[in-house]
Design a binder for this molecule. Structure first.
Ligand code: B12
Length: 313
């Protein structure tokens, strides 16, 4: 159907609605918007000369805590509860259905998650932390990355050669950064966690390998890194699968002397690393150094470390 045809249909429906008094005229809508008590920006979309659709941006922090529930027993308490969680509580409903605002917020948050997944990590950040980039066996972009996790767990042959030529071997700690499922998570957390990890390792006398960035990265790639560089511990900082509207969560997956064939049972994860509500990246960095020391002491990670009698965790 052509755009002109769609516009004609919209005009016809609007004429009918107006004739039946079901839509306010544009001037009424404008004054409603101007008088609105709610915070947040207003979007005015001109569909036709005399109709304005006015809708608040549902993603602002103020909009998120406006209850959709009418007649709550304690409205103030409900607002406070909504402030404490990203869970969609107090949203109310329209008959059996979600309210328009709930649906709009859902769609906007979904877009935030998709952006985090499909965007690339800012190269300026990689430069800032001296992270050279290598590729996994993904050659056809994000779609292939999503469909073929197995290829994201293997380094390309060029990557292996580059890592061999540029990195220090057999360090105590090898830090790697991978985009994983959220570029946002890497951009937000790397500037905070990297300095803590580096200074933390130095302060307890652990030697550091040459850090690098793995594009289209999955957790299992740690095995290839272990095979090539043979460090005691690999720390892989990787973007987690984004939640709805929550894209900044990063994990530190760690393993003692990872090798081909190792599984998640041989690994540890410090998850949900982000400010304001998650594991604070500064604390996560300090904890990762401590965990690396425990792994080295027990000469194992994951289930092996837990089974070890000396385990301090
Ligand atoms: C997706 C997911 C899974 C999927 C992984 C499948 C896949 N191919 O993606 C499934 C459903 C299999 C799974 C299983 C488990 N998971 Co899980 N999982 C997640 C989730 C939602 C996202 C992980 C992610 O984004 N990874 C990053 C991407 C890029 O990695 P990937 O290479 O694509 O996928 C690997 C990792 O996801 C890894 N993985 C997933 N879960 C876990 C848990 C542990 C302990 C380890 C070492 C690795 C690991 O397995 C994948 C294959 O290697 C997180 C939530 C979060 N906030 O991180 C929980 C999370 C990581 N999982 C968790 C747990 C506890 C488990 C289980 C132990 C649950 C159980 N009791 O069986 C199992 C064991 C995992 C294993 N592989 O052996 C916890 C870890 C808590 C902790 N700090 O120890 C988390 C944080 C959820 C939570 N809040 O409780 N998980």
């Amino acid at each position: 159907m052509s755009d002109d045809h769609i516009d004609e249909l919209i005009e016809a429906v609007l004429r009918q609605l107006k004739a039946e008094g079901l839509v306010a005229s544009s001037s009424n809508l404008r004054s409603q918007a101007d008088n609105s008590q709610t915070a947040g920006s207003h979007t005015h979309t001109n569909i036709s000369a005399d109709l304005v659709i006015d809708s608040d941006d549902p993603t602002t922090s103020m909009q998120r805590i406006i209850p959709g529930l009418e007649n709550a027993a304690d409205q103030d308490a409900l607002v406070m509860l909504m402030e404490t969680t990203t869970a969609r509580i107090g949203v109310g409903r329209a008959g059996y259905r979600p309210k328009t605002k709930t649906l709009q917020l859902f769609q906007s948050d979904f877009a935030i998650s998709q952006d985090a997944l499909y965007r690339e990590v800012d190269p300026v950040l990689l430069q800032k932390f001296d992270l050279f980039q290598v590729e996994t066996m993904i050659t056809e972009g994000k779609e292939q990355y999503l469909l073929r996790p197995d290829l994201g767990r293997k380094l390309s042959s060029e990557a292996m050669a580059l890592i061999k030529s540029r990195c220090v071997k057999r360090a105590n700690i090898q830090i790697c950064v991978g985009d994983g499922l959220s570029a946002t998570a890497i951009e937000v957390n790397i500037p905070k966690i990297m300095p803590v990890l580096i200074s933390g390792c130095q302060s307890v006398g652990l030697s550091l390998g040459t850090p690098f960035f793995i594009h289209h990265c999955r957790v299992g790639v740690m095995n290839d890194i272990g095979d090539i560089l043979e460090p005691d511990v690999v720390i892989l900082l990787i973007g987690e699968r984004p939640g709805l509207g929550r894209a900044e969560s990063m994990s530190a997956y760690m393993a003692f002397q990872p090798r081909s064939g190792d599984t998640d049972a041989d690994r540890e994860v410090i998850c949900n690393i982000f400010d304001n509500g998650g594991t604070n990246p500064l604390e996560a960095g300090a904890y990762a150094v401590q965990l690396a020391q425990t792994m080295m002491k027990n000469r194992g990670s994951g289930v092996k470390m837990r089974l070890s009698k000396d385990s301090e965790r």
